[in-house]
Design a protein around this ligand. Structure first.
Ligand code: SF4
Ligand code: SF4
Length: 370
């Protein structure tokens, strides 16, 4: 089991409390984006294409704390952009730890080794390092050579200093499931607590539109990756969400489960789409037309989405919301998912493998590192 008991207990009691209170739209994880600026420009990214004046803006620590207190979540994910480029990120993290929030600081780790001494290990703080696969695949995925080595140096240093570390990977078309399984072996050997996985979302703004997977292909890919798993592999995610990715169960989207707050305000309806902004969390919940989102709504923007920010809250609510869900979650935690058909999938040729690595230089990157 990758997630510590204290964190599971905090989330479980939070879900049960909200269920007993009859609350329908309660959030689980705040997606707090203190800036959009990054020192990479990945082909599948939907965040770093903003104009320079937007990329220069940042949330202050006070704005971050206000957002966290407003929505009352037990967990905060800090994506971006690259949070380690925020000059006050240490103050933000320490302020959230003081508020007893479980933090996932999502970083590409290019700066992690250099800045790790500024942070203090805590059960509340996890560095969630963006690593999309083995060296060649990761460098291809983030469009820059050498990033895998920098990120893994950062991981090893953080683990050595006693920090909680996970890796988070996004998979696109052309992913080789055998390579992903070899990648699990490699990162578990580095001492990470667990792996986080998600299919990519087909951002309209992403520079490479040919990389995204439809739902049927997502299920096939994740069935191949996650069936017949090794005992040594740990996942820092709900086992029921992994079953959803493998096509073993279906969930409706819970977009309010991971609300997103950034320099524009509370983003409607989720971290991935931008259908306007609300000034407060209350306004977000009360004015968003939730019925217009999720696959079942027929909204074409949601048609292929199986991304964790929408569907993992559904799995967590299921797991902690009923005895049957809890039992399924326990079973999933210890199952190795033996599946002969999935073994055959590993022998199939992979469509749409790597082309040549395209290095996309971020103008912000040059400015940052000048
Ligand atoms: S690391 Fe890549 S995906 Fe993440 S914010 Fe930077 S450019 Fe986007
Ligand atoms: S289906 Fe995906 S894109 Fe649509 S609301 Fe849910 S998380 Fe957002």
């Amino acid at each position: 089991m990758a997630v510590p008991i204290s964190q599971m207990w905090t989330v479980a009691s939070y879900v049960i409390k909200n269920k007993l209170a009859g609350n329908k739209h309660y959030p689980l994880v705040l997606m707090l984006e203190p800036l959009f600026r990054c020192n990479l420009a990945c082909a599948g990214c939907g965040k770093v294409q903003y104009p320079p004046h937007v990329l220069k803006k940042m949330l202050t620590p006070e704005e971050c704390f206000k957002a966290v207190e407003e929505c009352g979540v037990p967990m905060v994910s800090i994506p971006g952009g690259e949070p380690l480029l925020h000059p006050q990120i240490v103050e933000i993290v320490n302020g959230l730890i003081a508020r007893r929030k479980y933090i996932y600081l999502c970083t590409n780790a290019l700066e992690l080794k250099r800045r790790i001494h500024e942070f203090t290990p805590s059960k509340y703080l996890t560095f969630s390092v963006h690593l999309d696969g083995l060296r060649e695949h990761h460098d291809f995925s983030v469009c820059r050579e050498g990033t895998y080595d920098l990120a893994t140096d950062g991981i090893r240093e953080a683990v050595r200093r006693g920090f909680r570390v996970t890796t988070n990977a996004t998979f696109f078309d052309g992913t080789n499931p055998n390579d992903v399984r070899a990648f699990f072996d490699e990162v578990m050997a580095m001492g990470v607590e667990g792996v986080v996985l998600s299919p990519g979302y087909s951002y309209e703004k992403a520079p490479d539109q040919n990389r995204f997977l439809g739902r049927a292909r997502v299920r096939r890919l994740f069935r191949a990756i996650l069936s017949n798993r090794k005992k040594s592999w740990k996942f820092n995610m709900s086992p029921l969400f992994l079953e959803f990715l493998m096509g073993k169960r279906n969930y409706n989207c819970t977009p309010w489960g991971s609300p997103a707050y950034n320099i524009f305000g509370w983003q409607k309806p989720c971290y991935l789409l931008q259908d306007g902004y609300a000034d407060s969390f209350k306004e977000l919940i009360e004015t968003t037309k939730w019925e217009e989102y999720g696959v079942e709504s027929g909204n074409p923007k949601c048609a292929n989405c199986m991304v964790s920010c929408g569907y993992e809250p559904s799995a967590v609510n299921h797991g902690f919301g009923s005895l049957a869900g809890f039992w399924a979650m326990v079973r999933g935690t210890f199952s190795l998912y033996k599946d002969v058909g999935a073994l055959k999938l590993l022998d199939e040729p992979v469509d749409g493998g790597h082309g040549q690595l395209v290095q996309i230089e971020s103008p912000v990157n040059e400015e940052t590192h000048a």
